[in-house]
Design a protein around this ligand. Structure first.
Ligand code: PMP
Length: 379
């Protein structure tokens, strides 16, 4: 799919995941909670998938709860915290969290109990800023996404996690954009993780929540003993199998993919800067995901760019899919202090594992072609 540059919104199903889904659906379609032999085989296969995911994330399989995706996982976490924490306890989240963290935290805990940790001019949470929050506000939990969905900016989460540990504060990371793009093995050191299978070649409607320990029960959905009474509802084993298979398929390639794709993405950004004087790349000076570039175009609204590019066969985005359709919706660019006029010109381009040099060149050419059309005198 050469013209697809919206991998941060979702990814096409990985061929290995498709095969795994079909195989699991044919062979292990029984309800894993039922008591006959075939159901037992499904349950065993599902537990084996949990172990394999645990190996990839560096966590004990017992800590993993399968959910419908990162949105449900984030809501489960904050709904659970709302029940467990003392009524005056607060949580701290970064200013650039995905809405499924920010809005879930506010909805479940109440706005007054959610502190925002500001980011620097590149969109990064600085350790001294977090330290001040930890000392002055003493949050019960800090939630910082490992990789941002809009700019691709990476947080120095191991250092920030260490600081939280020193202050006895629990640490959650929304890793929906990290997993499948960068090695995930070290993530298991975080207390809580949330992610979605469809961001790395798995099917939609499947994800995970990693809890701090196996005994923790954070049910959002009630009505059944599945997932150790931590998430009611029949488990979707074929989707679980497909999600884990997708991650197993891409993980060994990640080092090479990062090396190749970073070069291609940067060459695209340089070409765009040459073609569009005044164009800005958000968080250009910070470590970023290898596939993402968030651009402030020098002119024309992002919806104009998006629709015209779509007409010539290229899929890009105006920011996160959850807020797309609204011009000027970039949470990240807003947090960096941009004005509304600038926000209307933000476009996000996110390539994939197999995007080629020719694909990137074609996209740059398509921007140039669309620009000529937009600049032409209108009749
Ligand atoms: N967190 C981040 C960082 C995301 O990018 C997304 C998807 N846009 C989500 C959470 C929500 O994932 P899902 O829509 O699969 O529940």
């Amino acid at each position: 799919m050469p013209a697809y540059f919206d991998h941060n919104a979702t990814t096409p199903l990985h061929p290995a995941a498709r095969e795994a889904w079909l195989r699991a659906s044919e062979k292990h379609w029984h309800n894993p909670s039922s008591l006959y032999r075939e159901a037992g085989f499904t349950s065993q296969a599902m537990e084996s998938a949990r172990e394999r995911l645990g190996d990839l994330l560096g966590v004990e399989p017992e800590r993993i709860v399968f959910t419908s995706g990162a949105t449900e996982s984030n809501n489960t976490l904050f709904a659970g915290l709302a029940k467990c924490l003392p009524p005056d306890a607060c949580v701290a989240i970064s200013a650039i969290e995905h809405p499924s963290v920010r809005e879930a935290a506010r909805a479940w805990l109440g706005r007054a109990r959610v502190i925002e940790i500001p980011v620097d001019a590149e969109g990064v949470v600085q350790p001294e800023v977090l330290k001040r929050v930890l000392v002055e506000q003493q949050p019960a939990l800090v939630s910082l996404m490992a990789a941002n969905n809009e700019s691709g900016v990476l947080q120095p989460w191991p250092e920030l996690l260490k600081l939280c540990r020193e202050h006895g504060t629990r640490f959650h990371s929304d890793v929906a954009q990290w997993v499948g793009k960068l090695d995930a093995m070290a993530l298991g050191t975080c207390d809580y993780l949330t992610g979605s299978g469809h961001k790395f070649g798995g099917p939609k409607g499947i994800g995970f929540l990693v809890l701090a320990d196996e005994a923790e029960a954070f049910p959002l959905l009630h009505g059944g003993p599945q997932e150790n009474s931590r998430r009611a509802g029949t488990e979707n084993y074929p989707a679980i199998e497909a999600m884990v298979t997708a991650l197993e398929a891409i993980t060994p390639r990640l080092g090479e993919v990062e090396r190749v794709q970073t070069t291609l993405r940067d060459a695209f950004a340089e070409q765009m800067k040459r073609d569009f004087p005044g164009l800005r790349v958000i968080s250009e000076g910070a470590p970023r995901l290898w596939n993402t570039v968030l651009l402030v175009m020098p002119q024309h609204s992002n919806l104009k760019w998006l629709t015209r590019l779509s007409r010539v066969g290229f899929a890009i985005s105006t920011g996160s899919a959850c807020s797309s359709g609204k011009e000027g919706s970039s949470v990240v660019v807003q947090a960096l202090g941009a004005d509304w006029e600038e926000l209307r010109r933000v476009v996000r381009v996110s390539g994939g594992w197999d995007t080629t040099e020719a694909d990137w060149a074609a996209l740059a050419e398509a921007f140039a072609e669309v620009s000529r059309g937009l600049d032409a005198p209108q009749e």
